[in-house]
Design a protein around this ligand. Structure first.
Ligand code: F6R
Length: 607
């Protein structure tokens, strides 16, 4: 959950590093730093706080040199202070390291180094890596890094430089992401593709246990065991615009408005009538037909998408399905059999808990299908099958378009499985296919209705506690609506199944308490309406999310956020949108940092 940037070539490294770090701030933003070498000296600048703090420092005196590394941090070991910011140099300032992730045997290694009279300036685990590398150095940086990482265990990515080799960057990927960008006589390294797009579209994605040595002349890729790897670069077709705000005040708003396109891209070439083609899914003969259980695992927003998946696989396919938070599942002792399918959802494909839970289920015999947004992410390395969501880079910490694309990916998966298992009547499958195909247009139309949302947002911005309720798929949407609101507005909000209210939470509903109800599911419509009446009777201010043509709900609500009519099965794709916008505008009213909410990072690559 930190961002790494590296450069070696004929140009001054420092502006390139700063630009790259700007694009990586979504990965962590509590402190930042760069180290630049001109061959004779290692110039390190670092500062706690947002990147502007570092930029001010760098602007005061630009460090000169054609080789450099940069880092934007989200603290794990040690608080976000100047001294704990990366890069970390050895006491002689000859070596510098940036690092993303965690060294698990940190305490043991630090103990050994302290016993050997090494001094530490910071509280970080990273600093011990620079000590180890400096100790092992014998004229070959790659060899020193290889020896150093052999002593460290954990999940991380690191990049090292030394004044002794002013044209070499050495990087290692152990689970955390790293991508090499190939320029013309210059090379780049970054934790994420957006940081490279200003310079190149040719990238090589590093895999676990690989080491890359970069010089202006090219890339040498090896396993940590020293075997040479040949890997062709891939061409990235994201344009730079996609990685920028595109005229919106915040990435989050831009990403919400990208959703019609995201929905269309996700289905492009994959859905024809009711027939689905999933290019990276290759079911072994007979497997799909005989799946006896689906496990869904994920964290946060991705888990909320999975809650809809659970309803879908059970309801549409009649497949027993369990959705488990990855951080819980990984420490359970789940009973898994070889006929099961695990669906692991992760925008980043790097969430440590999701990886661990997915691998646990896989090791116990389940087939692992990943639904992720990031090509080459760790999850895709382990997965047997992958559905790429094609949502494009998501920069705002609060996930929106990636959630929507995960929902759609699950519908595609359900249709595919439904066909193979014979659990869908063709007319029903065709109806779902046609309704899916209509979604991009409906989303487009829905996004033109922002005004009503702003009024409700103004109302909510003045409250401290907000409740979200719904049943079935509506409950799944309520969980995500509630998370969106709390994570960017810092208001307390809670989602619960509508039927659960009267078992305790109703005691908290008093005059004016806002209750948001999602009510689109016909088979439980009346039940949810009774819950509404209960809260209304206690004076709640009720905000309904309902279809355009639902007039009945008007009697029980104070405000309505309308969505176009679709199949109840597909309503989450539409009903989440006003809730995303609601969260956005509440945070805007409260004047908060919408794209980078406090204490949060875009991808949580450690436990
Ligand atoms: C909230 C949010 C997080 C992530 C969660 C999992 O808006 O984005 O809850 O959904 O950290 O991340 P991924 O999907 O990358 O595994």
């Amino acid at each position: 959950m930190c961002g790494i940037m590296g450069y070696v070539g004929p140009r001054q490294a420092s502006p390139i590093l700063m630009q790259g770090l700007q694009r990586l701030e979504y990965r962590g933003y509590d402190s930042a730093g760069i180290a630049v070498s001109d061959g004779g000296q290692m110039n390190v600048r670092k500062a706690a706080g947002k990147l502007e703090k570092l930029a001010a420092l760098v602007n005061e005196m630009q460090p000169a040199g054609n080789l450099g590394i940069g880092h934007t941090r989200w603290a794990t070991h040690g608080p976000p202070t100047d001294v704990n910011a990366h890069p970390h140099a050895d006491p002689s300032d000859e070596f510098a390291v940036v690092h993303n992730g965690i060294i698990e045997n940190f305490h043991q290694l630090k103990g050994e180094l302290v016993a050997a009279d090494k001094t530490f300036a910071s509280d970080t685990d990273t600093e011990l890596l620079v000590h180890l590398i400096a100790d092992e150095y014998d004229g070959d940086l790659a060899a020193a890094v290889r020896k150093a990482v052999a002593r460290a265990t954990g999940a991380y990515a690191l990049v090292a430089v030394t004044v002794h080799e002013p044209e070499t960057l050495v990087a290692v990927r152990m689970i955390s992401p790293l991508v090499v960008g190939i320029g013309d006589g210059e090379m780049y390294l970054a934790s994420g593709i957006p940081a490279l797009l200003d310079h190149t579209r040719k990238v090589v994605v590093l895999e676990d246990d690989e080491m890359a040595s970069l010089t202006p002349a090219g890339l040498t890729l090896e396993t940590l065991a020293g075997e040479t790897i040949e890997r062709d670069p891939i061409d990235i077709d994201w344009n730079v615009e996609q990685a920028e705000k595109g005229g919106y005040p915040h990435f989050m708003l831009k990403e919400i408005f990208e959703q019609p396109q995201v929905a269309a891209d996700c289905m492009l070439g994959r859905l024809e009538g009711s027939a689905v083609t999933l290019e990276d899914v290759a079911w072994p003969t007979g497997f799909a037909e005989n799946i006896d259980k689906v496990w869904i695992t994920a964290c946060g927003t991705a888990f909320h998408a999975g809650l809809s998946g659970k309803e879908l696989f059970e309801g549409l396919l009649r497949l027993p399905t369990e959705a488990g938070y990855a951080h819980e599942l990984r420490y359970r002792n789940p009973i898994v059999d070889p006929g099961s399918l695990t669906v692991a959802l992760s925008q980043s494909g790097e969430t440590a808990d999701t990886l661990a839970a997915a691998r646990l289920l896989q090791e116990r015999g389940s087939r692992l299908l990943a639904i992720t947004n990031v090509v080459g992410s760790a999850l895709t390395h382990y997965a047997d099958d992958v559905i790429y969501t094609r949502a494009g880079p998501e920069i705002a910490v609060a996930s929106t378009k990636a959630y929507l694309a995960m929902l759609i990916s699950q519908y595609l998966l359900a249709l595919d499985l439904g066909h193979r298992r014979g659990s869908l009547y063709e007319p029903q499958a065709l109806e779902v296919g046609a309704a899916l195909a209509k979604l991009p247009g409906q989303l487009e139309e829905l996004l033109k209705r922002e005004d009503g949302v702003e009024d409700v947002a103004q109302l909510l911005a003045g409250h401290d506690d907000i409740y979200f309720i719904g049943r079935g798929l509506d409950y799944a949407v309520a969980t995500e609506g509630s998370l969106k609101l709390k994570e960017i507005s810092y208001l307390h909000s809670e989602a619960m199944p509508a039927g659960e209210l009267k078992h305790g939470t109703l005691a908290l509903i008093t005059e004016g308490t806002p209750v948001v109800v999602v009510n689109t599911q016909q088979h439980v419509y009346d039940k949810t309406t009774s819950a509404l009446q209960e809260v209304k009777a206690r004076g709640a201010e009720v905000i309904g999310v309902a279809y355009d043509d639902d007039t009945e709900i008007e009697a029980y609500t104070d405000h309505l956020l309308r969505i176009p009519r679709t199949l109840d099965l597909l309503s989450p794709v539409l009903s989440i949108v006003p809730l995303q916008l609601l969260a956005y505008h509440v945070a805007e009213h409260r004047g908060l940092d919408i794209d980078q909410p406090r204490n949060l990072a875009k991808s949580v690559t450690v436990e």
